[in-house]
Design a protein around this ligand. Structure first.
Ligand SMILES: [Zn+2]
Length: 369
């Protein structure tokens, strides 16, 4: 086998690509790609994530469900800063990388079982899973908190997914979505290992688009951890394959309100607020199930974490828009974190930096003041 999917805790191999947690101990699963990354294996004429299809060996070529995701622009912002425009993916966020890989891998299995898929998300992941399910002719049930509204929910509805509103907190929504039954398959983006694994492609693109001379630092927003863990996995795969000399320093950027990773990395105590009111409304995970894995992975590669305040997020959001980059406030968190580190001289002005702009501003609710 070119890959293995096993438990992150007890090591038990997973028997089915539809498993979203260990059947023995219930802990998260991880995917290990065993094949080395080689340049000649890239499909150079495919300008989507699937130019790297050889490194996703569990997806059969003829079963790929694609909307043209990936190979997003790496745009120069200043002499030393580039933006990776993940906002230009088909549904408007980086989540499409996870959805295309996950749905491509499982849609035939789900159809054979005459089943449907379930996901819990009121945001970008819900919209993305709904879109790829539609493309694959699968029925998707998206579980959301009952008070949810706005452009992302509209998007989920138009893709034709069933929206199921659940009262209670975010954990209750997840519990409902995960309930088992005949023909019900939970593909939640936070837990399903193949969703996270799809994000690996982002590291490959950054490396290839930088001509294999990776930046010194990468700033990215972190909530549940799929983006962070996927990017780290991708760069580790490249380093282990001798494609890059050193790993970039990965900076996990969080809002003050939802910053459990930052607090653990800095060995500080974190108390989650009762309600998240941040304008960075995609960053809501106060108790992410992958927190321990995130801490270990980030420490292992010598990464860092930064926390930013609301004023700084709003300023960064407005500044980006006024320079032509209309992204969602949650994406502006990474730019705000870079500016904070620059101000505190924790990053040098001439360091080569990439900031990942994760989602489009067209899904934001508020109007300019
Ligand atoms: Zn286990």
């Amino acid at each position: 086998m070119d890959y293995e999917i096993r438990c992150s805790s007890c090591g038990k191999p997973s028997a089915s690509m539809l498993d979203f947690k260990c059947s023995m101990c219930g802990q998260p699963l991880i995917v290990k790609e065993k094949r080395k990354f080689e340049r000649r294996q890239i499909k150079k004429k495919d300008y989507s994530l699937w130019r790297y299809s050889n490194f996703f060996p569990y997806v059969k070529e003829k079963e790929i469900i694609s909307l043209g995701e990936g190979w997003t622009p790496l745009v120069k912002f200043s002499d030393h800063i580039h933006f990776k425009l993940e906002s230009l993916n088909p549904t408007g966020s980086f989540k499409d990388r996870g959805s295309t890989v996950l749905i491509s891998a499982v849609h035939t299995l789900v159809k054979e079982a005459e089943g449907n898929i379930a996901e819990d998300s009121s945001g970008n992941a819900g919209a993305s899973i709904a879109a790829y399910a539609a493309r694959a002719c699968l029925k998707a049930k998206i579980y959301v908190p009952e008070n949810i509204s706005g452009p992302k929910l509209t998007q989920i509805r138009f893709y034709g997914a069933d929206v199921i509103k659940v009262s209670g907190n975010r954990n209750k929504v997840a519990e409902e979505a995960q309930k088992t039954g005949k023909g019900r398959f939970y593909v939640g983006h936070i837990l399903h290992p193949l969703f996270r694994d799809g994000i690996r492609s982002l590291a490959y693109e950054i490396a290839e688009q930088s001509n294999w001379k990776v930046p010194q630092r990468i700033y990215l927003p972190v909530s549940a951890g799929t983006l962070l863990l996927g990017v780290i996995d991708g760069f580790k795969h490249l380093a282990n394959s001798n494609m890059i000399e050193t790993l970039p320093k990965i900076i996990a950027c969080q809002t003050r309100q939802a910053s459990p990773l930052y607090h653990q990395i800095k060995k500080l105590r974190y108390t989650a607020p009762e309600k998240i009111t941040s304008i960075a409304d995609a960053l809501v995970s106060t108790r992410p199930p992958l927190l321990d894995i995130m801490v270990t992975s980030l420490n292992e590669i010598g990464g860092d974490a930064v926390v930013v305040d609301e004023d700084a997020i709003y300023d960064a959001f407005k500044e980006l828009a006024r320079k032509g980059f209309f992204v969602e406030p949650s994406s502006a968190v990474a730019y705000a974190a870079y500016k904070k580190q620059l101000g505190q001289k924790e990053v040098a002005k001439d360091e080569r930096v990439i900031i990942i702009l994760t989602g489009t501003g067209l899904k934001t609710n508020f109007t300019p003041s």
